[in-house]
Design a protein around this ligand. Structure first.
Ligand code: APR
Length: 330
């Protein structure tokens, strides 16, 4: 998965480069800067002394020394004042310049902390949006595995309105499905308009197709439907797997094996990348042996985003991470 959000101490991550949220002296400090210098050992400070500092928004690279990571990319984020002192553009530059430096040093994997979101007081939900936006823009043109490392999950913040809307949608549907199961056990007669909506949506999809088309597609495999949909949408393969947050290797496996069985999160990731409506998403999932269900919070969150026609997989993953649910992609 090209962009993952994980909960970890960045000094423990074994990837090609980790990014340090440093200050302009590059001579260490508190927060993640202090943790990285402590874990890397004193030779890191000796090398930093030779760099002559670093300007806000820029990035410089050193060896990783005692860290599992081969390199450390030091970048200086903006101190947040009121959002009117170019804080956002400096923060974006930190991600862009760090990713460019990683690419120049042939890094295949990079881990970022949430730059400026600690001592420099950048609002965490805004800092996360900038990070995801800049990293996903880079990943649409480059191949790299990028981690956003959340050290303290308790103050991980996503957009409050989005979080409340999703939670309300889960409560409404998830409760109903438990009620549905209870009632089915007692054979109560229940009709949930949502389920009827899904059934009628699938039926109307099938009615629109000619009989022989529908028969042809009945025995179509998951990967055949995926490739057919890519053609119908006029997408390139790369656009599809990048929008699905899936790496090229996995896509090639699926493309070359018509009977390939993807994981549920991978199948859903492609349905999101293709911006399929709910009925076609369920149809594609069924070809991989899965279905969205109201007795599964993860499925309800996916259904929420599809019904609201929000197919931004990075935004969906931020919400899934906030709800401690699996992320979309490989
Ligand atoms: N692993 C991952 N993330 C961490 C770790 C860690 N070990 N320690 C802290 N963080 C997270 C914080 O929770 C925060 O979300 O890193 C993010 C950035 O916080 P800071 O380290 O405070 O960095 P920043 O806000 O950019 O302020 C930079 O702080 O440490 C000094 O020298 C540094 O002056 C500079 C300033």
């Amino acid at each position: 998965m090209p962009l993952k959000i994980i909960c970890e101490d960045i000094t423990k991550i074994n990837c090609d480069a980790i990014v340090n949220a440093a200050n302009s002296t590059l001579l260490g400090g508190g927060g993640v800067d202090g943790a990285i210098h402590k874990a890397a050992g004193k030779n890191l400070l000796a090398e930093c002394r030779t760099l002559g500092g670093c300007k806000t928004g820029e990035a410089k690279i050193t060896k990783g020394y005692k860290l599992p990571a081969k390199y450390i990319i030091h970048t200086v984020g903006p101190r947040y004042k009121d959002g009117k002192h170019e804080e956002e553009s400096y923060l974006r530059a930190c991600y862009r310049n760090s990713l460019e430096l990683a690419k120049q040093n042939k890094c295949k994997s990079v881990a970022f902390p949430l730059i400026s979101s600690g001592i420099y007081m950048y609002p965490k939900d805004e800092a996360l949006k900038v990070a995801v936006d800049e990293i996903s823009t880079f990943l649409f043109k480059e191949e790299m595995l990028v981690y956003i490392v959340i050290y303290d999950k308790s103050n991980y913040k996503i957009d409050e309105k989005l979080f409340n809307d999703i939670s309300a949608y889960i409560d409404k549907n998830y409760v109903e499905s438990i009620l549905l199961e209870k009632c089915l056990n007692f054979n109560y007669d229940i009709d949930f308009e949502e389920d009827e909506q899904i059934v009628s949506a699938v039926e109307s999809e099938y009615k629109k197709r000619s009989l022989d088309d529908a028969l042809k597609q009945l025995d179509e495999s998951f990967s055949q439907m995926l490739l057919r949909k890519i053609d119908e949408k006029g997408m390139t393969d790369a656009e599809c797997y990048k929008n699905a947050n899936i790496d090229r290797k996995l896509f090639s496996k699926i493309r070359s094996n018509r009977f390939y069985k993807p994981s549920k999160t991978t199948a859903i990731a492609f349905a999101i990348a293709l911006e399929l409506p709910l009925a076609e998403t369920n149809e594609m999932l069924m070809k991989a042996g899965f279905a969205l269900s109201h007795s599964n919070k993860f499925d309800i969150v996916i259904e929420y985003f599809i019904i609201n026609e929000n197919y931004n997989i990075f935004e969906i993953n931020q919400a899934l991470f906030a709800l401690d649910l699996p992320l979309l992609g490989v």
